[in-house]
Design a binder for this molecule. Sequence first.
Ligand code: TMP
Length: 257
Amino acid sequence: MNTKRTRIYEGKAKILYEGPEPGTIIVHYKDDATAFNAQKKAVIDGKGVLNNRISELIFTRLNELGMPTHFLKRLNMREQLVREVEIIPLEVVVRNVAAGSLSKRLGLEEGSALPRSIIEFYYKNDQLGDPMVSEEHITAFNWASPQEIDDIMHMAIRINDFLSGLFLGIGIKLVDFKVEFGRLYENDMVRIVLADEISPDCCRLWDIKTQDKLDKDRFRRDMGGLMEAYQEVARRLGLIIEVEQPERSRPKLVKTD
Ligand code: TMP
């Protein structure tokens, strides 16, 4: 018997459905790619499947390290089961190397080293184009409390340390990334947990040897080869098993006499 699922929300790259138990949600990864607040759109076959797998691996490892996250388990090729959280309306960006909007804003050459990792906050609001905000705005408008901002910054730095090491080990430089957090209500407790996804859609990943971009900038900047780049990240993370090519039979000497 087919039962219709209840759709809670459809975003640019994901759809949320009610989960099987109260307090759970099913996240469905679409193949849609958008940039510049959805002014640029495309469907890239298979992107959702790869992001689902890559995000699963990263959230599983973070859970194992004791980082509180919303992630419970992957359900199938495109879906994962997560805990329902109240999303804090902030995009938290951590930068290790100058690139993208920071390079533009401060006139820094892309790829130049930063004196230290930098955390930035953007207010999640598509109509306003996600403007950058400071801790003053966040507390004044009550988007998060000072204690919550503190927790978020500590978690963002831990995530950066973990991800930088993970990618360094597979020959990739983590230039920057964006994460989102939520409030998890459990009995009379509320705590901040990592939510949303971590995938090449929301990170800048550069090959250490060639400086090739292995992330969504390939789409934002019309460079092509997005799927190949995401596949390369998945392959290096051990998510795509390489099938050994059967050894070609060597040319044989033909007897002529
Ligand atoms: P930015 O340099 O364009 O501000 O982007 C910083 C990082 O945040 C980069 O890794 C891409 C990611 N990002 C998102 O995930 N979603 C967004 O809407 C934007 C603007 C950036």
